[in-house]
Design a protein around this ligand. Sequence first.
Ligand code: NDP
Length: 291
Amino acid sequence: MTDKYAVIGNPISHSKSPQIHQMFAEQTEQDISYEAILAPLNGFVATIDRLREEGYKGCSVTVPFKFEAYKLATPKKNKSFPARFAQSANTLIFDVNKSLKINNTDGDGLIRDIRKNWAFKLKGKRVLLMGAGGAALGAFLPLIKSNASIIVVNRSVENAKIKTDNFVLFPDIPKSYLKKSKYTDNAKKEPQVIGYQSLLGHKFDLIINATSSGLSDEMPPLPPTIFAPNALAYDMMYGRETPFMKFARDQGAQVADGLGMLVEQAAEAFYLWRGVRPDTAAVIAALRNSA
Ligand code: NDP
């Protein structure tokens, strides 16, 4: 019998997730269906209840419901660590025994894209993470695990500190999650959060734009000397060149958009649901060719 999955958001018609999961399913010969569902802004929980009632096996969650999705799972053991840190979820698993598990695969997807598709080694690198919204927080724990040295920069330092305080308040990260990380014995280390004015004189090997500045065609106020030689500039946005991408290109940095992250986070979700890993490179190439 065909297993049913869906992505839920509002708006949702732009979503590439059905196309991506269909390609994964064909490749791995998994008998699944995957559709896009528009939930009313005040009807997310009712939509999830309906899907569970109708026997769906899981779903992806996108804007604006990721924070609401996080609150759905109890007890705590049913929430993954990246989801708990970000307080948001993009992947739900509806178990046979009717329990609900939640995950945030955005960060792992980002790391896989950076490592695998851009062949960028994170260990020991100076990383600047711009932003402290859901996407930035989702990336934070997986970045910590990668043994890079991370600074968070945000327009409002206050906002970022409130959100990253979660890390300090997170005494129960198991060693198994952070294995091989220099943070294993230092899991409560406070993340360094600064404002843009403090960036002068700093250089980074990787700068990740996890702000929503690209949506309004704005440029976060970075100094032009910010890129180290051979730096990678990664914008989580995809579909068009943002001012950050243009700025980075002008400074000679290598530039990546968020399409690979989108596909890799979907592959993580597919793996959680189906236990098989699809070939993401083929799917990224197909999406780029069809753009
Ligand atoms: P949010 O709206 O939660 O992000 C808000 C963050 O952006 C805050 O830190 C805010 O700073 C900062 N910000 C907004 N405007 C500016 C600006 N002009 N200059 C500097 N900082 C600014 O969005 P999300 O975290 O959900 O998403 C962020 C981006 O990541 C979006 O472009 C989204 O499309 C992309 N994304 C991509 C994914 C993928 O798979 N490729 C997955 C998820 C997200 P402050 O706190 O000071 O207000």
